[in-house]
Design a protein around this ligand. Structure first.
Ligand code: HEC
Ligand code: HEC
Length: 333
């Protein structure tokens, strides 16, 4: 008797779950899964390296300088400021949920987070260090040596271990449980009527052709200015820089719309400050459609439901430099 009751309620629960899962399956957008940490020590080391300004020539710039985790994983400026206040070439994309993207960078030139992470340290316009100097710095500090040994199980380490630790930390930078995800999972009260109308418009007018999947983007490269050309003075060519194909000119990785309320300014050149303007531009340039003020406000309201639970980060305390640690060069040559 007891058993039968159990089976019945399990069956009912299963049916309920089943129908919620089915409803979800019919949507072009899926919820962000929570991070699964399999190697906490590696993540912890990666977090230190993420906040480590001594991996830059100036001793002042860390990954967090341009992907500030207090501000949606971006710097909120048009294009980033690099070593010796150099003007960066392109807008800094958010690192939040970037593990879900098919490739990294606007043109997808890095296939994953590990490959990506080696770039900025040695980029003269970003952290302006070299991988050799990075190793010299890290090996001069006994706490780092011990931590690498503990995480990777061997005494010597190189850029490969550095980038895999950073990537492990970045994989934890996901933002589940946005109001929209709660709605997707069956909580119909999680979003308002206006926000729901915005989502319907987002689907029906064709935004989801490009902005789909759990990240509402990051699944493909698409032309910026499909119907009407996009005017910009930024020289970035997009995907063509990687493939060399003319057909890929001005194709960019479709950016995620997760946390988009926090990741202004918008587009690869960072030229647009507000969501209202970004939605208007997308409607006209990508779909040949002019939204009324009411429709625009509905879509913007929907986009703001995509702000998820931000990663809670305890600021790491970094081990001090030693007598033989290379010193920062913040000014001059
Ligand atoms: C000086 C600013 C700056 C610093 C420092 C910096 N980044 Fe970036 N980051 C950028 C910019 C700009 C881009 C986009 C470049 C492009 O697409 O060509 C980018 C792209 C990325 C991306 C790709 C995201 C995506 O969705 O395409 C990741 C991941 C990333 N950076 C991680 C890091 C890590 C890890 C570090 C530290 C080792 C770091 N960044 C340091 C500015 C910076
Ligand atoms: C044909 C593919 C396509 C369609 C359709 C499309 N987008 Fe986009 N969207 C893109 C691409 C590509 C970018 C990046 C363009 C760039 O930065 O130059 C982008 C960028 C954006 C951005 C800025 C994100 C950021 O972080 O910079 C927003 C907001 C946006 N789209 C919303 C929308 C909305 C709303 C719709 C529907 C009205 C829409 N998009 C339709 C491809 C598309």
């Amino acid at each position: 008797m007891k058993l039968r009751l159990f089976t019945l309620s399990a069956l009912a629960a299963g049916l309920l779950l089943g129908s919620a899962a089915q409803a979800q399956e019919n949507e072009p957008v899926q919820p962000i899964p929570a991070a699964v940490v399999t190697d906490p020590a590696r993540v912890e080391l990666g977090k230190k390296l993420w906040f480590e300004p001594r991996l830059s020539r100036s001793g002042f710039i860390s990954c967090n300088s341009c992907h500030n985790l207090s501000m949606g994983g971006t710097d909120n400026i048009r294009t980033s400021i690099g070593d010796r206040w150099q003007e960066g070439p392109i807008n800094s994309p958010t690192v939040l949920n970037s593990s879900l993207n098919v490739a990294q960078f606007w043109d997808g030139r890095a296939s994953d987070l590990k490959e990506q992470a080696g770039g900025p340290i040695a980029n003269p316009k970003e952290m302006a260090f070299t991988h050799e100097l990075a190793m010299e710095f890290l090996s001069s500090i006994p706490e780092y040596k011990a931590e690498f040994k503990q995480v990777f199980g061997k005494a010597d380490f190189g850029i490969d271990e550095v980038t895999s630790a950073i990537a492990a930390f970045e994989e934890t930078l996901v933002t589940p449980d946005s109001r929209f995800d709660l709605w997707l999972k069956g909580d119909k009260k999680a979003i308002t009527d206006q926000e729901l109308a915005g989502y319907q418009l987002f689907k029906n007018s064709g935004c989801v052709a490009c902005h789909n999947g759990p990240n509402l983007g990051g699944t493909s490269f698409q032309k910026m200015g499909l119907i009407e050309p996009y005017q910009t003075t930024n020289p970035a060519e997009g995907r063509a820089a990687v493939t060399g194909k003319d057909a890929d000119r001005f194709n960019f990785k479709v950016p995620t719309l997760r946390n988009v309320e926090l990741t202004y300014p918008y587009f690869h050149d960072g030229a647009v400050n507000t969501l209202t303007e970004a939605v208007d531009t997308m409607g006209r340039l990508q779909l040949g459609r002019s939204f009324s003020a009411e429709e625009n406000a509905q879509i913007v309201a929907f986009l703001k439901t995509l702000t998820g639970k931000q990663p809670e980060i305890v600021l790491p305390i970094l081990p001090p430099s030693r007598d033989n640690t290379p010193r920062p060069v913040p000014f001059g040559s």
